[in-house]
Structure formats: structure tokens, C-alpha cells
Design a protein around this ligand. Structure first.
Ligand code: AHG
Ligand code: MN
Ligand code: MN
Length: 299
């Protein structure tokens, strides 16, 4: 089986990018180990007014320390930080976006959660997702899995007992599958969204929604369909975050032949207005998203 390093050596990545990707992927081990001792809610909120569990804070702090020590990261923006963190001693131009722990409400019920990372190579995170140099996620489920793109397709790795990542699936392509999911309360869905979801249900699409974006997208990548966290009554921006969730996962799905959209435009083309920019999300198979965009525009 191909190791992560063997795979990276076949790509056009510079050595420092390979090192950075390996370094980030290795942090799955310490983050996983911290699960059992960091379960409780702490008495703080992040910039979105969401309650933080100890593991959100722990993984954020851990990753920031790793970035600083490595000198491989010039700047990092995180879902758990109000400002972009700069690392003046860095020897590279890599700027990262990070959701250190996605799906944190599931930690206490032992369902799959993950870490999402976007990597830009020009020192800047405030730019459209289209410019990403690489994107990756680690998913902490029954296996520790790494999903990675360096703009040369999407590949899935799994960690073995020795802590080494081995390639599980090469060049993943998202099929036109028939899963669907929608976040937000049904009573708050906007009419166009509600109509489209109802249509999918009538067509026989099957509901799959876990409460962890990274775990859900990992599943949609394999089986295909439409995952959404839409704009809804009282929150026309939607809930999920452009920099930390939408762009890296959207970049990966797009590399696998899928799409990510607001319902009207490709999310990867959006210029972020602020670090905590939120966006309505439709992500998954290309066909169903094209159909949705057409219907949203027509009405
Ligand atoms: P995070 O744990 O990083 O705050 O993200 C949670 C996100 C995402 O993972 C998930 O799809 C969604 O919020 C779940 O929201 P609901 O609880 O509203 O379903
Ligand atoms: Mn998240
Ligand atoms: Mn998070």
C-alpha cells in the first residue's frame, strides 16, 4: 500500500509543503488522545457565540503551537480565534485556515468528528477558495482517515497501528448519488430550499445528516447526493463558515468532480469579507447542484 509520503513524492508539491501536510496529518494522534480528557463544556464562547467544549480549545491551541514550532506556517486563521495568528519566524509563505474540531457537539456522544485545513501558498488567507494550494481533513471515526488534495485529485488515507497513513482510495470521484441532508430547523427553511428538498424526497433521495460537516461530506464524497446547510429565516447567511468549512471541503469535493454552491454561485469564487464570513452551503454531486442552481435562478 502507498504511504502518505510515497504519494506526496509523486506530486508536484515542494518539499516544505510535503512536510507541512505530513506534520498536520500526524496531529490526528494527539488530538484523538485528548478526546477522553477534554469532554466537558468550558465556560466560554467562540466568536460565533457558540459554546466551546474543552476539545475545541485544546485542539486549536495544540495546532497553533505545532505551527509555530515548525516554522512552516506564516499565518493561520482559525474558527476558534478572533484574529489571524501570525508567525514571524516562519521560513515559508504558507497561510492556513483551520477548523480544529468540526462537529464538536458530537464529541460527547462518540460520533465521528474531524479537523479541516486549507493551505494557501502566498501568505494570505483572505482570498477565494479557488486559490487554495491544498486542502485536507482528518476524520476521527472508527478509523482515523485523511482526505487530501494537492490539486492532483482527491485521495483518502487511513492511519495504521504504527501511526502511518496508507492510501485507502486513489483518485476519488463523487458519483451522482441519492443522499440528501439539510441543516437548520425545517420550520425556518426558505420556500425555494424547502421546495427543492421536498422534490428530492419525492424522487427517493435518502436522508443522511450527522451534525458533523466533515463526516457528512466524507460520506457524500463516497456515495454522492446533496448536503446542505442553507440560508434560513433569521439567518440569511446560513451557519457554516466560508474560510474554515466551506472552502477547504468545497475544494476537495470540486477536485473529486463535485460542486459547492450558495444556490446561486460557486462558493470557491467568493472573496471573503471578514474572517468569520458565513455562507449558505450546497455541496455534493455536480448534477444535482446544477439542477438546484437552475431552479433557484428561474424562480
Ligand atoms: P463546529 O463543531 O466546528 O462548530 O461545526 C458544527 C457545524 C457542522 O459541523 C455541522 O454540519 C453543523 O454545525 C451542525 O449544526 P446543527 O447543530 O445546527 O445541525
Ligand atoms: Mn465546524
Ligand atoms: Mn469547530
Amino acid at each position: 500500500m502507498t504511504t502518505l509520503r510515497e504519494y506526496l513524492d509523486t506530486t508536484s508539491c515542494k518539499e516544505d509543503l510535503k512536510e507541512l501536510i505530513e506534520l498536520i496529518a500526524r496531529q490526528a494522534e494527539p488530538i484523538r488522545k485528548a478526546f477522553i480528557t477534554n469532554q466537558e463544556y468550558v465556560d466560554t464562547e467562540n466568536i460565533y457565540g457558540e459554546e466551546q467544549i474543552a476539545l475545541d480549545k485544546w485542539s486549536n491551541k495544540h495546532m497553533m503551537e505545532v505551527f509555530k514550532k515548525s516554522k512552516l506556517v506564516k499565518a493561520a486563521a482559525s474558527e476558534e480565534e478572533a484574529e489571524i495568528i501570525k508567525f514571524p519566524e516562519a521560513k515559508t509563505e504558507y497561510a492556513l485556515t483551520m477548523d480544529p474540531l468540526d462537529g464538536s457537539s458530537l464529541v460527547q456522544v462518540n460520533l465521528a468528528v474531524g479537523t479541516i485545513i486549507g493551505i494557501y501558498d502566498n501568505g494570505e488567507v483572505m482570498q477565494p477558495g479557488r486559490n487554495l494550494r491544498a486542502a485536507m481533513y482528518m476524520l476521527y471515526g472508527p478509523m482515523t482517515v485523511l482526505g487530501l488534495t494537492v490539486k492532483e485529485g482527491v485521495h483518502i488515507f487511513a492511519m495504521n497501528d504504527e501511526g502511518e497513513y496508507l492510501m485507502l482510495e486513489k483518485d476519488v470521484r463523487i458519483p451522482e448519488g441519492e443522499l440528501y441532508a439539510s441543516g437548520a430547523l425545517k420550520k425556518d427553511w426558505l420556500p425555494k430550499h424547502a421546495k427543492f428538498i421536498e422534490k428530492l424526497e419525492e424522487e427517493g433521495y435518502k436522508l443522511r445528516y450527522s451534525g458533523s460537516f466533515v463526516a457528512d461530506v466524507h460520506q457524500y464524497l463516497k456515495y454522492g447526493g446533496l448536503f446542505s446547510y442553507p440560508a434560513y429565516k433569521g439567518k440569511e447567511t446560513g451557519k457554516l463558515r466560508l474560510l474554515f468549512e466551506a472552502n477547504p471541503m468545497g475544494y476537495i469535493v470540486t477536485q473529486a468532480g463535485g460542486r459547492i454552491s450558495t444556490g446561486y454561485a460557486d462558493i470557491l469564487d467568493i472573496m471573503p469579507e471578514k474572517i468569520d464570513h458565513r455562507v449558505p452551503i450546497y455541496i455534493g454531486s455536480k448534477g444535482v447542484i446544477e439542477r438546484l442552481e437552475k431552479e433557484f435562478k428561474e424562480e
